[in-house]
Design a protein around this ligand. Structure first.
Ligand SMILES: N[C@@H](CCC[C@H](N)C(=O)O)C(=O)O
Length: 306
């Protein structure tokens, strides 16, 4: 007999997610299944596979995150906004507490239904926290470069942990002109990053604006990465390149990051999209689109229809 698993397809600025609700029944999906469903050739396709589970410490939901390569990871900024939207709609509330393996994150409703702000907590800068394989006193710029020794293509990145590890290379020219699709895999797996890392190129335009291109650990190039935007914003401020509030341009759209002075928390604000509801047949992992989601942002509600 076939067993059906319902899912929602969502995205945050084009960063794609499959979201399943496992609060009543936990489906048995191993890394192979996650990889197959995340692949656009065999499944609905996504960058992260998100599982909603029963909260364990007083939050509204527990969010588990798997990258498209099947590996479980600690944080995903864009998915946190998407899940925040779902849970706030479910509760009819303006705020939701989302538990993750690295702690609780609070989401807040924005001016429109699709706009969500998440408090991503406090960034970490210690070399053991990133983590790095060797000691560095100052993580605003670590010794790491690729290309010719006297004329490197990319060098001295800033490193930050936003629940997950990030390295940001500062570039002068268009972020498209540094071959991140070629250099990304090598940098992600560089021996200096024992848990691998998300790799970003950042071009700072002025003290309130930068453009970012991201090679995500366990995925590849993505349209947007929320934690990378947080990492780049705080690293830019630490390096005196920007103020505490920055507009970050990503291939999939813009996001606003504010590193709040009062408590060092990072606030990330941006859009979310609820694309469609679908169903996966767990016996052979085939899937179908069931309905499109109709958004009624004026009433603060949303409904799905066939
Ligand atoms: N897309 C995410 C980041 C997802 C996890 C990342 N690939 C990792 O391995 O740490 C975001 O929006 O933050």
């Amino acid at each position: 007999m076939s067993e059906q698993l319902q899912f929602l397809k969502m995205n945050g600025l084009g960063n794609e997610f499959i979201v399943i609700d496992a609060r009543k029944t936990m489906p048995q999906l191993g890394p192979d299944a996650v990889r197959a469903l995340s692949d656009h050739a065999s499944g609905p396709g996504c960058d992260q596979f998100i599982t909603l589970e029963v909260p364990q410490s007083g939050g509204d939901v527990f969010m588990r995150i798997h990258n498209a390569d099947g590996g479980e990871v600690e944080a995903c900024g864009n998915a946190t906004r998407c899940v925040g939207r779902l849970i706030m709609t479910e509760l009819g509330a303006d705020k939701a507490v989302i538990e993750t393996v690295v702690g609780k994150l609070i989401s807040y409703r924005g001016d429109a239904l699709e706009m969500v702000t998440v408090d991503m907590g406090v960034p970490k800068f210690g070399w053991q926290d990133i983590p790095l394989a060797e000691e560095f006193d100052d993580t605003r710029a670590i010794e790491l470069q690729i290309g010719p020794i006297d004329d490197p293509i990319l060098h001295t990145p800033s490193v930050v942990n936003i629940g997950n590890p990030h390295a940001i290379f500062w570039v002068q020219n268009d972020v498209e002109s540094y071959g991140l699709e070629v250099n990304g895999p090598m940098l992600e797996n560089h021996m200096i990053f024992p848990e691998r890392a998300n790799i970003s190129l950042a071009q700072v335009h002025n003290d309130g604006e930068l453009t970012l291109k991201v090679w995500e650990r366990g995925v590849g190039l993505t349209q947007a990465c929320g934690t990378a935007a947080c990492a780049a914003a705080v690293a830019a401020h630490r390096n005196r390149l920007t103020e505490r509030k920055v507009l970050v341009h990503l291939p999939g759209g813009d996001i606003v990051i504010e590193w709040r002075e009062a408590d060092d928390h990072i606030l990330m604000s941006g859009g979310t999209e609820l694309e469609y509801a679908g169903e996966i047949d767990l016996s052979d992992l085939s899937w179908q689109k069931m309905s499109l989601i109709q958004q009624k942002s004026d009433q603060g509600t949303e409904q799905s229809s066939l």
